[in-house]
Design a protein around this ligand. Structure first.
Ligand code: OGA
Ligand code: MN
Length: 288
């Protein structure tokens, strides 16, 4: 069902666990206060929103993102970023030029994660603009972290109440080691940021399960084997089908997600089918 917010902006919820399409917005042009409000409201309500049929330059994309917050511009260490891109723009792609990747993640699987959670100040919103979309494969999955938290058993809620966990930085979402980090042998001492396992969204006030990335997490206060069992139970719960929705990309989509309310993942790609996304990431706040 479509909900009209004003004469020309409408929200069409996906009907799934999260996600909505927002109609009537041209992200390449300065936003009216009304459009900005509609985007934030839809993101807080649905976690992920899609603006279809957009045509936007890198500079316009950066300007669009800046209307919501400062942007991350951290140096990439796992591949050589193509010259000429603004510092805030990164490519997410499986395309190789002269045998070298032009963007992040390649054709590998991106396991469940929340962007930039390995830093003290993680991402607020991520914006991904689709320039080349393969005919098959490459959907992005999202898990609703509010719904996942709300539905936890009392026992699990109590086990994570007030606890922090390590959001590992040593491994990229595609499983490879992130230079210059070394393999982690003791998860309880691994590198990364420490964040509350349950965080409260700074604007919506809702509680969400915040696990960061699968693989090398660790919940403080437990021996590593117990933390592993607990994390496995939390991850299994979080990504169970009732909390997950999947986006099917079209060229021209700008997908925006709120990393404080949803986690995301992507399966492997066919390396012969090019996929090219341009990404900017909003600077969030220290999770509490
Ligand atoms: C990202 C990401 C997944 C995808 O850009 O942060 O995880 O589907 N992308 O490309
Ligand atoms: Mn990501």
């Amino acid at each position: 069902m479509s909900v009209t917010l004003s004469s020309n902006i409408a929200v069409v919820p996906s009907g799934g666990a999260c996600g909505a399409e927002l109609k009537g917005i041209d992200a390449s042009r300065p936003l009216t206060p009304e459009a900005k409000g509609a985007i934030k409201q839809a993101l807080f309500a649905h976690g992920v929103i899609c603006l279809r049929n957009q045509t936007i330059t890198d500079e316009q994309l950066v300007a669009f993102g800046r209307t919501f917050s400062d942007l991350h511009a951290y140096p990439v260490t796992e591949y050589e970023k193509p010259k000429g891109l603004p510092p805030e723009v990164e490519l997410i792609s499986n395309i190789l030029v002269d045998g070298k990747p032009i963007g992040a993640l390649g054709s590998g699987e991106a396991t469940w994660h929340s962007d930039m959670s390995m830093f003290d100040i993680p991402a607020s919103f991520t914006y991904l603009y689709a320039e080349k979309v393969p005919p098959v494969g490459g959907n992005t999955r999202f898990a609703n972290l509010y719904a996942a938290y709300d539905a936890l058993s009392d026992e699990l809620k109590q086990k994570i109440e007030g606890r922090k966990s390590i959001h590992d930085i040593a491994y990229i979402a595609d499983g490879r080691l992130r230079p210059p980090y070394k393999h982690v042998t003791d998860k309880s001492k691994g590198p990364g940021a420490q964040h509350p396992v349950v965080r409260t969204h700074p604007e919506s006030g809702r509680k969400a399960l915040y696990l960061g990335r699968k693989g090398y997490g660790y919940i403080f206060g437990y021996p590593v084997p117990e933390s592993d069992v607990l994390l496995d139970a939390l991850w299994d719960h979080m990504v169970s089908p009732q909390f997950v929705w999947e986006h099917e990309w079209r060229v021209g989509d700008i997908l925006i997600w709120d990393n404080r309310g949803v986690a995301h993942a992507r399966g492997t790609l066919d390396p012969t089918l090019p996929r090219l996304m341009r990404r900017i990431v909003g600077m969030g706040e220290r999770p509490v």
